[in-house]
Design a binder for this molecule. Structure first.
Ligand SMILES: *[C@@H]1O[C@H](CO)[C@@H](O)[C@H](O)[C@H]1NC(C)=O
Ligand SMILES: *[C@@H]1O[C@H](CO)[C@@H](O)[C@H](O)[C@H]1NC(C)=O
Ligand SMILES: *[C@@H]1O[C@H](CO)[C@@H](O)[C@H](O)[C@H]1NC(C)=O
Ligand SMILES: *[C@@H]1O[C@H](CO)[C@@H](O)[C@H](O)[C@H]1NC(C)=O
Ligand SMILES: *[C@@H]1O[C@H](CO)[C@@H](O)[C@H](O)[C@H]1NC(C)=O
Ligand SMILES: *[C@@H]1O[C@H](CO)[C@@H](O)[C@H](O)[C@H]1NC(C)=O
Length: 307
């Protein structure tokens, strides 16, 4: 008796399970329709993240260049970037070597959090740029934004810049926005006389690559085997040997060397400018900032009078 009566019970149980699952499916699909219909596109969190353009400008410098960093923080911190773009400026150098650096650099980091210390010994033409790019994916693989999201890629583009280069952030953003976000290699093509981005390589004054290239450098043998030499030329060799950076853009003459001394790589200051290079002294910086009306955004106040 007991065995017999359990069979219809089991059938009834299976049937109610099935009904419940069907009900769940219908419920879910109704909700999905409602969700899609009710929310405008831009309020979906994934979409708004995708619309952002994230750029890392990494200024390769030396630990002892405190004054230069102070000045560059002013120059970049006073530029407000246009909506939908995030530009982070970070200073990059190798291992600290002096006792005072451990305190002074730590203070800077506590205050500004804009320094990357690579695991390397300071060097010229011996692979600091290579160490930098190789380290980036691990440095940023789990960096969260203020909203707690880990965006991927952490940056669409990474620019390597010199500490004597003035980058106009919004001009850079406007220039990069329409460009591909993969396999991109962008900058001021060397030799200075050439307008062909495939000619040799992009000048170290400030070149940009997309994040997939950064990841490729991290994983590839080519950069590991070829590190010695002028860093921008070496970078160009990797691109050529590996047939990378096929989306190549020459930003000449929006990037150029400061007009004095005149050379085949220099250009007069003009409003169509993304970056000016070789700002080797204060006078050149002042002239450049003046030309681009950098301080015109200063608000009037009773606290000061600046003619
Ligand atoms: C939402 O975005 C998709 C793809 O971008 C587009 O095809 C669709 O028309 C958009 N819908 C609305 C309501 O804007
Ligand atoms: C730094 O690099 C050296 C080799 O140059 C290696 O032995 C060491 O483990 C590295 N340290 C860290 C923290 O990655
Ligand atoms: C850099 O410093 C770390 C410790 O802070 C050390 O483990 C590493 O070996 C040093 N790397 C080089 C290349 O000197
Ligand atoms: C990121 O990952 C490293 C190890 O890869 C870990 O030590 C660190 O705590 C992680 N940071 C966050 C914010 O999750
Ligand atoms: C700087 O401001 C002046 C006067 O307002 C203007 O004529 C000039 O075009 C501006 N220069 C640039 C590069 O925007
Ligand atoms: C740049 O200057 C030229 C003439 O000097 C002017 O026609 C043009 O509108 C300016 N462009 C910008 C973006 O200010």
């Amino acid at each position: 008796m007991a065995v017999k009566s359990s069979k219809p019970n089991r059938e009834r149980f299976m049937l109610s399970c099935f009904t419940f699952i069907v009900f769940l499916c219908v419920f879910a699909s109704i909700n999905e329709v409602r969700f899609n219909g009710a929310l405008p596109n831009e309020s979906l969190p994934t979409n708004s993240e995708d619309d952002d353009l994230r750029i890392l400008i990494s200024v390769l410098t030396l630990p002892d260049q405190y004054q230069r960093r102070h000045f560059l923080r002013l120059v970049y911190g006073t530029q407000t970037t246009i909506e939908g773009a995030k530009v982070d400026v970070k200073f990059v150098f190798c291992n600290l070597t002096k006792e005072d650096q451990k305190v002074l650099v730590a203070l800077e980091i506590m205050r500004y959090n804009d320094i990357i210390v690579l695991n390397c010994t300071e060097n010229m033409n011996k692979g600091k740029t290579s160490t930098f790019f190789t380290s980036l994916p691990e440095i940023f693989n789990n960096e969260t934004t203020t909203s707690g999201i880990v965006p991927y890629p952490p940056y669409h583009y990474v620019m390597k810049a010199d500490d004597d280069t003035y980058v106009r952030l919004n001009s850079l953003v406007r220039s990069l926005r329409p460009l591909p976000r993969e396999d991109l290699y962008y900058g001021f093509v060397i030799p200075c006389g050439s307008m062909d981005p495939f000619k040799h390589y992009m000048s170290g004054m400030g070149f940009v690559v997309s994040w997939d290239i950064v990841e490729w450098i991290h994983g590839s043998d080519i950069p590991r085997k070829h590190v010695e030499g002028p860093e921008d030329k070496v970078f160009g060799d990797w691109m050529r040997w590996a047939r990378r950076g096929n989306n190549r853009f020459n930003a000449k003459w929006s990037m150029y060397n400061y007009p004095d001394p005149p050379s085949v790589c220099s250009h007069d200051l003009w409003n169509d400018t993304i970056a000016v290079h070789l700002l080797k002294n204060q006078e050149k910086w002042i002239r450049t900032l003046t030309y681009f009306n950098h301080t015109h955004a200063l608000k009037p106040s009773k606290l000061y009078h600046i003619p």
